[in-house]
Write a protein that binds this ligand. Structure first.
Ligand SMILES: Cc1cc2nc3c(=O)[nH]c(=O)nc-3n(C[C@H](O)[C@H](O)[C@H](O)COP(=O)(O)OP(=O)(O)OC[C@H]3O[C@@H](n4cnc5c(N)ncnc54)[C@H](O)[C@@H]3O)c2cc1C
Length: 484
């Protein structure tokens, strides 16, 4: 088989590329391949009879995510507003702020506030530029900002925060932030830049009524002219005459496909496992790829016979999502007051906390409950460990009936300390400037861990790919609203 364009990776980035490319160039023949049994990638919803599907991967979209919201409207995917409410915080004694030593007001001692205070301390002009929505200026200032004579992009964010704030402040900030990778090895430039956009005031949040997993799947089906293949794992790319030859491992054996132009919308680990031959990528490719860190992520949903959290000292209204953050490895609990079946998200963890839960799974092969996503029915000892955490936090908690986990080796990506991400990203998007092989997706997104930013990155890549096809495409690029 030969196609003008082959897209590999059917997460939201790859399916969006297929959708947009087909719309812009209906005469170009396009094929989309994914290794899993279905499209959607890191959006993976599973129906367990709860009021809404359990979200193993992405769950929320902000009002600033205009591209996702526009696509959802276009694809007629209903969304409902969700109100986050932090209803509790479980801190160990060493995390409580010592009297008179805060330096920040008590209310400011959250993770998001600490990131903002750090930015204000190190690059006040960047904060002013962000407030004035001058993104280009903010990035320029942040790229040259320094601490102790060392550029921010050279600093891992964890050591930088510990250099500026007391250990109690950093521990507490880490415990009150959804993402511990924002306090670890990732570089301070990218972490602070993303924190600034994430924390933009005045946002509201929405979720897909039928599950985020339906977003990627619907995008994939929205272009009937695009050939779609699941169960095709790309293992090698070479060149033959003026074309690419892609080798896929499939249940029926090895399959070779020829392509004029190739788009890889894959996570870092998948890219690192592909054999690139015949100079299809440049010499810097593997070194550049190694500048990206994989951030493991883990979710565990538990079902109970009754809504025991109704007895806790907080009340949830319809559409409220109550969050409790903890220093335990469970990291975050989420509660709702849904009437049908009583599920809660008992663990939402990343980095070493995610590895803590994975270690409990490693000895047990749990049955898959979705098509190809790393989700499964939780084994009893994993449920028991999470139940123990809940009892430490809340006192007596009834035993869960069952559980469902989602275990991602790279829930999202981050940039290593020492990586000039803006330069590496530019090289990786087209790793051999003489060949039409393009890379896009969340791994290159400016704001890691968000579908919107992954799609923004895919949009930018599509402009280059379309230029290569000598069919320039009208720009519909819609950056984060706070980036205009
Ligand atoms: C737990 C969790 C929570 C999140 N929460 C949110 C949220 O609330 N809001 C939000 O906007 N974002 C969230 N995200 C991030 C969001 O899910 C990602 O940014 C987005 O889904 C990435 O899409 P992608 O297409 O770039 O990559 P992926 O979704 O990873 O797609 C890559 C695809 O490539 C396929 N593949 C891999 N290897 C091969 C191969 N060799 N050959 C062929 N195919 C291959 C995979 O099966 C996959 O379908 C979350 C992610 C996780 C894990």
């Amino acid at each position: 088989m030969r196609r003008d364009v082959v897209i590999v990776g059917g997460g939201v980035s790859g399916t969006f590329c297929a959708f947009e490319m087909h719309r812009a160039h209906p005469g170009v023949d396009i094929a989309l391949f994914d290794s899993a049994a279905d499209f959607g990638g890191r959006t993976a919803s599973v129906d367990m009879g709860a009021a809404r599907p359990l979200e193993g991967g992405a769950s929320f979209v902000s009002s600033a995510h205009r591209l996702v919201l526009r696509l959802a409207r276009e694809l007629r995917l209903p969304m409902t507003e969700v109100r986050f409410r932090q209803v509790g915080l479980h801190l160990e004694a060493d995390c409580a702020p010592p009297r008179g030593k805060q330096g920040l007001g008590d209310s400011a001692l959250t993770g998001a506030a600490l990131q903002h205070a750090t930015l204000t301390k190190l690059a006040p002009q960047a904060v002013a530029a962000i407030a004035a929505a001058d993104v280009a200026a903010a990035k320029r200032i942040l790229r040259s900002a320094e601490m102790d004579g060392r550029a921010l992009w050279r600093w891992p964010i964890g050591p930088l925060l510990e250099r500026l704030w007391s250990p109690e402040q950093v521990r507490r900030a880490r415990a009150t932030h959804g993402c511990t990778s924002n306090f670890g090895a990732a570089n301070a430039f990218d972490t602070l830049l993303t924190a600034a956009w994430e924390g933009a005031p005045g946002q509201s949040f929405y979720r897909f009524d039928d599950g985020a997993g339906n977003f990627g799947r619907t995008l994939a089906k929205a272009s009937p002219g695009v050939l779609r293949f699941t169960h095709h794992r790309l293992i090698a790319i070479g060149r033959c005459a003026d074309e690419f030859v892609l080798s896929f491992s499939t249940p029926a054996g090895l399959r070779h496909i020829k392509a004029g132009l190739v788009i890889l919308a894959l996570p870092r680990l998948a890219l690192s496992r592909i054999a690139f031959g015949d100079d299809s990528v440049g010499a810097a490719f593997h070194h550049d790829l190694a500048q990206i860190l994989d951030v493991p992520a883990f979710k565990l949903f538990l079902e109970f016979d009754r809504r025991w959290w109704d007895d806790l000292p907080f009340a949830l209204g319809a559409g409220d999502l109550g969050a409790v953050f903890t220093q335990l490895a469970a990291q975050q609990n989420y509660f709702e007051n849904a009437a049908r079946r009583h599920w809660m998200l008992a663990v939402f963890a990343d980095s070493e906390n995610a590895l803590y839960w994975r270690s409990l799974l490693e000895a047990d092969g749990a049955a898959s409950v979705t098509n190809g996503a790393p989700m499964g029915a939780a084994p009893a000892h994993l449920i028991a460990a999470a139940h123990r955490h809940l009892e430490i936090m809340y006192g007596r908690v009834p035993a869960p009936r069952c559980g469902v986990y989602a275990d991602w080796s790279a829930g999202w990506h981050a940039w290593r300390a020492g990586a000039r991400s803006w330069e590496v990203r530019e090289r990786l998007v087209q790793p051999n400037s003489n060949l039409p092989l393009f890379i896009c997706g969340e791994l290159l997104a400016e704001h890691a861990g968000w579908m919107e930013s992954a799609l923004n990155n895919a949009e930018e890549m599509l402009e280059r790919a379309s230029a290569w096809l000598a069919r320039p495409r009208a720009r519909t690029f819609l950056p984060f609203i706070n980036e205009r």
